[in-house]
Design a protein around this ligand. Structure first.
Ligand code: TYD
Ligand code: MG
Length: 473
């Protein structure tokens, strides 16, 4: 028998408090603490014998690190952008969480993944959000309606566990979404932290025990009433975020935690009329195709995990009417921008403190590498002076506080991609050696920001640069 207690759970961070309060001490949010029922017995039957008797401990069996194990062969979907992000295929018995804003394409992606696996594995897709007809309609649109996917609509955890614990062991189970599932042993509404945590716990336990791969879909919302999947991040093996800008058709799948693979890989997709299409050469996607050089736009030769990626960084510097000029950044770290602005001002005499500064990474990509510093600095100087960077160049390099340009990792891969995409020049830090990859490239090594400023003096202002104002060096 399940005995009920209550506890007070923050709907924002999941912290449990002994009594109700207007503010959560753990995360500082207001109006987020809600009374929830707790269980002292597990959900899904088998409630007896759970309390560990002292004797149970003595039976713990210790084994050697090396020994016979179950074969953990990864499940490859064939969707290369997905497989790479999860570390080369999904591990049996593991739990993945796919988070993302509503409408970004999580259900679409996972239906495609499930269908891709369905040929060689037993795949189950359980929807708590859409009806059978709606999922079928989507499957037809994606062209996967013929695949032998086991489809069900359910929100009752016991019903789902019953099916998953049946004689037929599935290979992959998708739960779309964890916020719609409920355990009727708990009083609280679906989507509350208590429900989300309890349902996820039971599903993960079933996955580990029976060796199937579990994929949980979680919505990320700002409202406190729906539990964000943050409380789940500790429970699962892999956390993937599916993101993208509204208005852009590009979608990026990013691993933020992975017990079985790297976390710096991204997968790039494009939302089309027939579902998500893989983008295997994303550089072309994030570069705008224009013939004439424009001031303020610089191509950055970046790395996303193991893959080089060229992206356009755009800066706009304009005189500010405000006492405190505006700084707006999309796709980069605003703290990093402040640093680059300060170093430009202090070390290279580029005065930007009276200007509004807007910085944008094209295509909705988010860059976290310090290697983008030099490209950002170049975009800023270019916009300020109205002079473009030398035509056909890609830029990379980190900037130090004394204004020096520092070497970055994987210079060779960056140069290789630069050449491959038809660029003729690269603006880089001092390179130790390029191993011959830069043979077709004109490489300009820049030691410090002073040198970068001088580089622009050789360039003709662009037609639009009527407001060009000097940079004192
Ligand atoms: P969906 O997968 O339902 O998002 P989520 O599960 O993250 O809430 O995606 C919904 C959006 O994707 C919707 O705006 C329609 C669009 N879409 C397409 O553009 N093409 C397609 O083939 C499909 C299935 C969806
Ligand atoms: Mg959905």
């Amino acid at each position: 028998m399940a005995r009920k207690n209550t506890q007070y759970v923050c709907q924002s961070c999941g912290a449990v408090h002994p009594r109700w309060g207007g503010k959560c001490d753990a995360c500082g949010e207001w109006n987020c603490v809600v009374e929830e029922a707790t269980l002292t017995a597990p959900i899904g039957g088998k409630s007896s014998g759970r309390k560990a008797s002292p004797g149970a401990r003595a039976r713990l069996e210790l084994v050697a690190l090396d020994g016979e194990s179950r074969n953990l062969e990864r499940r490859i979907t064939g969707i290369a952008e997905f497989d790479r992000v999860v570390g080369g295929g999904m591990v049996p018995g593991s739990a993945l969480l796919v988070g993302g804003d509503p409408g970004i394409g999580k259900s679409t992606l996972l239906l495609q993944v499930t269908a891709a696996l369905a040929g060689g594995a037993k795949a189950i897709y359980i929807s708590g959000e859409e009806s059978i007809d709606q999922v079928r309609m989507r499957a037809r649109r994606l062209g996967v309606a013929e695949m032998p996917v086991g489809l069900a609509t359910a929100t009752d955890l016991n019903e789902i566990l019953g099916a998953l614990n049946g004689p037929d062991i599935p290979d992959i189970v998708v739960i779309d979404s964890i916020q719609t599932m409920y355990a009727d042993a708990l009083d609280s509404a679906p989507g509350t932290v208590g429900q989300v945590r309890a349902c996820a716990q039971e599903l993960i336990r079933a996955a580990k025990r029976r060796g199937f791969t579990l994929v949980l879909v979680g919505h990320v919302t700002k409202e406190g009433t729906i539990a964000g999947p943050r409380v789940l991040e500790h429970m699962v093996d892999t956390v993937l975020y599916f993101e993208g800008e509204r208005g852009h058709q590009f979608r990026i799948l990013r691993a933020v935690k992975n017990r079985f693979g790297p976390t710096d890989e991204i997968g790039v997709f494009e939302m089309t009329g027939g579902g998500l299409a893989e983008v295997s050469n994303p550089s072309q996607l994030f570069l705008s195709d224009r013939d004439e050089p424009v001031s303020g736009a610089v191509v950055f030769a970046g790395m996303e995990g193991s893959r080089p990626m060229l992206v356009e960084i755009q800066a706009l510097v304009a005189p500010s009417p405000l006492g405190t000029p505006r700084r707006a950044v999309v796709g980069w770290d605003s703290g990093r921008l402040s640093m680059v602005l300060a170093v430009l001002e202090a070390r290279a005499g580029v005065h930007l403190s009276g200007n509004d500064v807007y910085l944008n990474v094209a295509g909705g990509l988010r860059i976290s590498e310090p290697a983008a510093d030099l490209a950002v600095a170049a975009a800023l100087i270019s916009s300020l002076t109205g002079r473009p960077v030398p035509a056909g160049s890609a830029v990379f390099g980190e900037i130090g506080l004394s204004g020096e340009v520092r070497p970055v990792a994987q210079a060779e891969a960056r140069l290789k991609e630069t050449g491959k995409l038809g660029f003729s020049r690269a603006i880089t830090p001092r390179l130790r050696q390029t191993g011959g990859v830069a043979r077709d490239l004109q490489v300009r090594e820049i030691a410090d920001l002073g040198e970068l400023v001088l580089m622009f003096e050789d360039e003709e202002p662009t037609a639009h640069a009527a407001m060009a104002r000097g940079v004192d060096s």
